[in-house]
Design a protein around this ligand. Structure first.
Ligand SMILES: [Zn+2]
Length: 262
């Protein structure tokens, strides 16, 4: 039985479902997302799925925590939180996330990205090797970093303010030089609102002590591994729609300011 609603959006299969549909089994090649970036922009910061539920859908990814309490990094099946200062701790599986995207990472592409290089150059190289149309891509870059400029956000209290206001009180910090991993996603331009269109990157160092949402970096050398999928499964909390495309200019600007690296 098909429990989800499937829509073809510009040749990408987008399947939406509610929390109760999660137990129905899933496509291991699909990217899985909880809620939408539009919902987060509106201030829906209450946790939805638990990290235990999220772990059943992926071992690699990024997102945030209940009450927007830091930045989330998932790597090799473990889920980490980077607090307002960028300090990393493991997340309790019973805690919840209001927004996350994960994948059961099984790379179909591995490539040396060379170096040293700045973020814009590296992302151009990544863009050049990822497939273009009808797919969403997840990737990681393991390497040695000269520096990573990252940010995290303070835990919010109700009534929640919109994300753009919260981002105004974000804390930026520099990590490195260190060895570590960038976790990234690239979504097509039309998916803005559903997701952060373009690149979205989080970082964690090898010792799992420092991390955050990436604003900029300089890499010394690194290896890219990537997986692309034509299927995106989206779990929608009550009252959240599958917002996609044709967003107002203000929403575009808000995503640009809140989530896009650089
Ligand atoms: Zn982020």
């Amino acid at each position: 039985m098909t429990v989800f609603e499937e829509q073809m959006i510009k040749s990408l299969h987008v399947r939406s479902m509610s929390e109760t549909d999660l137990s129905e089994g899933h496509d291991h090649a699909a990217l899985f997302q909880s809620s939408t970036i539009s919902a987060l922009l509106e201030g829906r910061y209450d946790g939805d799925l638990t990290f235990r539920q999220l772990a059943e859908r992926g071992d690699t990814g990024l997102g945030t925590l209940d009450g927007l309490d830091g930045e989330m990094i998932a790597l090799d099946g473990l889920f980490y939180r980077a607090d307002i200062e960028g300090r990393v701790s493991e997340i309790d599986p019973s805690s919840r996330t209001p927004f996350a995207v994960v994948v059961e990472f099984d790379p179909d592409l591995v490539s040396d990205i060379g170096g040293p290089g700045k973020m814009s150059t590296v992302l151009e190289k990544v863009a050049a090797v990822l497939p273009e149309d009808g797919v969403v891509s997840a990737f990681r870059i393991d390497g040695r970093f000269e520096s990573v400029l990252a940010r995290s956000v303070p835990k919010q209290k109700r009534p929640y303010r919109p994300l753009v206001e919260v981002i105004a009180s974000q804390n930026m910090f520099e990590i490195g030089p260190c060895t570590g991993t960038l976790i990234g996603f690239r979504f097509p331009e039309w998916s803005e609102g559903l997701e952060v269109a373009g690149f979205h990157l989080h970082f964690i160092d090898e010792d799992r002590t420092r991390g955050g949402h990436v604003m900029d970096f300089r890499i010394l050398e690194g290896t890219l591994s990537a997986e692309s999928s034509s299927i995106l499964e989206v779990e929608l909390p009550p009252g959240v729609d599958l917002t996609c495309g044709d967003l107002a200019g203000e929403v575009h600007d808000a995503i640009e300011r809140a989530e896009r690296p650089g």
